[in-house]
Design a binder for this molecule. Structure first.
Ligand code: ADP
Ligand code: MG
Length: 260
């Protein structure tokens, strides 16, 4: 742990002076919020993987750019979209009603994994990126003014619809969802997707293999056209390329070969 703390100090110091600690392509050179950098380092993510190096800066560029990222399983695609997602949402809950980010995954277990990664990464966010100070001594008034942590919601098959309705009414900033159940809620419970600014199709090849293509088209139609759209996949079959052409705007294509 001492090692991690030292690395953190070093990293933040490097950023303050506007320098990358380990040169170009490091997490420190990506303009990430100090809280995110801190979180990455404390969790042992020192160096970005190739897909992360190629994706994160372009996802954080202004204006936002769509992206198709192809890289093998285990190459670190989750953080490639989760780091920019958290940074784009400002790391905090927005009290304005409406979910701002959506991650679509093919299965419930994967949704749980992605949720865990996201929550851990966003944990401990402070405006300065420093450690929380005196949290326990805060009086009630200060507590109520304190910005709230990012809210996450899980929308997957196999959970009761009542519970999921509650998830939606709690105004989550991010939804992690499987397409069938999300579409069901959109159609049957008027879940409005028009506030979504950032949408990720994760394991897109598996989403297609599992027969979600029509549900995904339906979901796409319910999203605002001003969104930033990301598609990550281990393979890019022709059907996926067609889907990306229809649903993404001039996406940056990152294609890493097998050993990347
Ligand atoms: P993919 O979605 O491409 O299959 P994952 O996002 O699930 O890959 O990541 C695979 C593994 O690599 C996970 O255990 C994750 O914690 C780890 N990992 C991801 N990025 C990094 C990194 N920059 N440094 C070290 N480990 C990482
Ligand atoms: Mg993955």
């Amino acid at each position: 742990f001492k090692d991690a703390k030292d690395a953190l100090k070093h990293a933040i110091k490097g950023q303050k002076h506007g320098q990358a600690v380990t040169g170009g392509g490091s997490f420190q050179s990506m303009g990430l919020h100090p809280s995110l950098l801190r979180s990455l380092i404390l969790r042992g993510y020192r160096v970005p993987t190739p897909i992360q190096r190629a994706s994160i800066p372009s996802l954080l560029s202004s204006p936002p750019r769509d992206l198709v990222g192809m890289a093998r399983t285990g190459s670190g695609k989750t953080l490639a979209y989760m780091i920019p997602l958290i940074q784009r949402l400002g790391g905090r809950h927005s009290t304005t009603f409406g979910t701002r980010a959506l991650v679509l995954v093919p299965a419930r277990e994967l949704a749980l994994q992605v949720l865990k990664v996201g929550k851990e990464l966003a944990r401990g966010w402070t405006s300065s990126g420093g450690e929380h100070a005196g949290d326990n001594e805060m009086d009630e008034q200060a507590e109520s003014k304190k910005p709230q942590a990012l809210k996450w919601g899980l929308i997957v098959g196999g959970e009761s619809l009542d519970e999921q309705f509650e998830v939606i009414t709690s105004n989550p900033d991010v939804l992690i969802a499987t397409p069938g159940r999300l579409l069901h809620l959109a159609v049957e419970m008027n879940l409005d997707l028009k506030s979504i600014q950032y949408v990720v199709f994760d394991e897109a090849d598996r989403l297609f293999e599992m027969g979600f293509e029509t549900a995904l088209q339906e979901i796409l139609h319910r999203l605002p056209s001003s969104r930033q759209t990301l598609l990550f996949s281990a393979t890019l079959p022709k059907s996926l390329v067609e889907f990306a052409k229809a649903g993404l705007q001039n996406p940056k294509l990152i294609r890493l070969d097998a050993e990347s």
